[in-house]
Each structure stands twice: as C-alpha cells, then as structure tokens.
Design a protein around this ligand. Structure first.
Ligand SMILES: [Zn+2]
Length: 289
C-alpha cells in the first residue's frame, strides 16, 4: 500500500468520527438575580504556557494579522443557529454537535477579574459573549475596549440591569439603544446579541431587540454562579454546568471571582468530554430551524 492510500484511509477514518447521540432539550434554570458586587479579590490572570523552544528551522509564515481597527472583522462562516429553547444546532456537518456557547453577564467590572477570564479563554482558544450593562461601560470604557481588542464578542444586557418586562416600550427602547450607541462609540461595532436581565423579556423587548438588529437569547444552562449558596464555590459552579450539559448548551455565567476561578477547570472538563466552544461570529442570527 502506498503512502497516498494510507493517507486517504486515515482521512476517511477521521471524517467518519462523529459526536454522541443528542439528548433532548432541557429547560433553563431559574432566573438569576443581579449578581452581587465583587466581595473578594479576584484571582490573577493565569499565565500562558511558555512557548516550546523552536528548532533552527525558519519560522512559519505568520497567520494573517487581524486588523485592530473597527469594522474590520474577518468574515467567519456561519455554522450554528439557535433554536427556540436557546440551544445551538449545527447548520452543516462540518460543525461539531458537541459544542457550547460561553457567556459572561453583568460586566465590565474590574480589570484583574476580566483579564483572568480573558486569559483562560485564550488558553483554551475559546470565544464567548460578554453581555454588558451600559452604566458599567460608562464607568469603564477601557474594559469594554479590552474585551473587543482580545477578539471576544460584546452583547447588550440593557443599560441599567432592570426588569424590562415591567417597563414601557419607550423605556425598553432607550435601555437597549443607549447600549448599542456606547458600545459602537467605544469599539466601532454595535452588539449583535441581546440578553434581557433576569431572562425577563416579553414581546416588546423581543421586538425592540430585533429592530436593533440583535439576536435575542436567554440561556439553556445556568451556572447558578449568581446564587448566594454558590458564592466563593467554584466547584459548585462547575458541577452545576456539568449537570445540565447538553450539545448546544448556552451557558450563562457572570463576571464573578469564583466563576473566573472555576473557568480553567470547567473548560478543561468540557474539552475532555469532547466539547468545543462556539465562536459567536459563527452563529447565524437569521436562522431558527
Ligand atoms: Zn444580568
């Protein structure tokens, strides 16, 4: 058998490997209260593993440089759509079914905490959506810029983190529009994703979100990192996510110290179960089935 044949056989084997049987969609957990302010000092950002020493071969040509400027994002192929239960499904066979979306709500808060999360995401080559509140962006525009510069995705989580279901249509519009405006001003790009605080939306909020060009989502896997009983308990956050894990899970987490502390182990565990992390840019916002 020649090398070409062996090569072709290996390729066929690789292609035929597939994910496990899909479990039925499960409902999300209860609505989170606004996560409390940080009460403890966040962990320092994990160090990137050192680069292995290169041989004396000439360096490989570098990856195309990502433009840093606004509105110059590289086009990512759409691979997933979100169903009505906020699970992500592959559009084509090239997209792994065992994949999850990572999300972090209620920031941006503090630089060390944010850098810890960003560092862990980088370590695992993972992308996430950071659903931010406008009033926090106003306090820390530089942290929003940091999320954007680190190639992570920013989502709209309303200006004041209020229960939008109880607000007038005019107030809802203002809460969403003002976040679009400030994020665009700081990063050059308006959010394409919206998540209502407490998962509390309704028709007006959905309609307003769509009018502003955003995909509306709550979640399908709540880490419960916002619950008082899980405060300072990273192991509990990991256990809760793993208990609800399904292909396509939309995982709700928050910018909290114990979540940042849990993240490396959580992502390692997810990878060991064969899961990959969905790039938000690969979500087709216009497709629902
Ligand atoms: Zn929130």
């Amino acid at each position: 058998m020649n090398k070409l044949m062996i090569g072709l056989l290996s390729l066929t084997l690789l292609v035929s490997l597939n994910g496990c049987a899909e479990k039925s969609d499960s409902a999300g957990s209860s609505e989170p209260a606004a996560a409390n302010e940080i009460a403890q000092k966040p962990q320092p950002a994990p160090q990137q593993p050192p680069q292995p020493t290169k041989s004396n071969k000439p360096a490989k040509p570098a990856q195309p440089v990502q433009p840093n400027g606004p509105n110059k994002q590289t086009q990512v192929q759409k691979q997933y759509y979100m169903n009505k239960n906020y699970f992500f499904k592959p559009i084509n066979s090239a997209a792994p079914k065992k994949a999850v979306l990572l999300t972090f709500d209620d920031g941006p808060k503090e630089k060390p905490l944010l850098e810890s999360i960003l560092g862990t995401l980088d370590k695992h080559k993972a992308k996430a959506i950071f659903f931010v509140n406008g009033y926090r962006v106003k306090e820390h525009p530089e942290l929003l810029k940091l999320i954007h510069d680190r190639k992570q995705t920013i989502g709209n989580h309303s200006w004041d983190h209020i229960d939008l279901k109880k607000q007038s249509a005019q107030k809802v519009k203002q809460q969403l529009t003002d976040v679009q405006t400030i994020v665009k001003k700081v990063t050059g790009t308006s959010p394409a994703f919206f998540r209502p605080p407490f998962g509390s939306g309704g028709d007006t909020v959905r309609k307003t979100s769509a009018q502003l060009g955003m995909l509306y989502m709550t979640w399908s896997n709540g880490s419960e990192d916002w619950l008082g009983k899980n405060k300072n308990k990273p192991d509990q956050v990991i256990a809760t996510v793993m208990k609800q894990l399904n292909p396509g899970s939309n995982i709700l987490m928050h910018e909290l110290p114990w979540t940042a502390e849990a993240l490396d182990e959580l992502l390692t565990l997810l990878e060991s179960k064969g899961y990959t992390f969905i790039d938000p840019a690969a979500i087709d916002p216009h497709r629902t089935s």
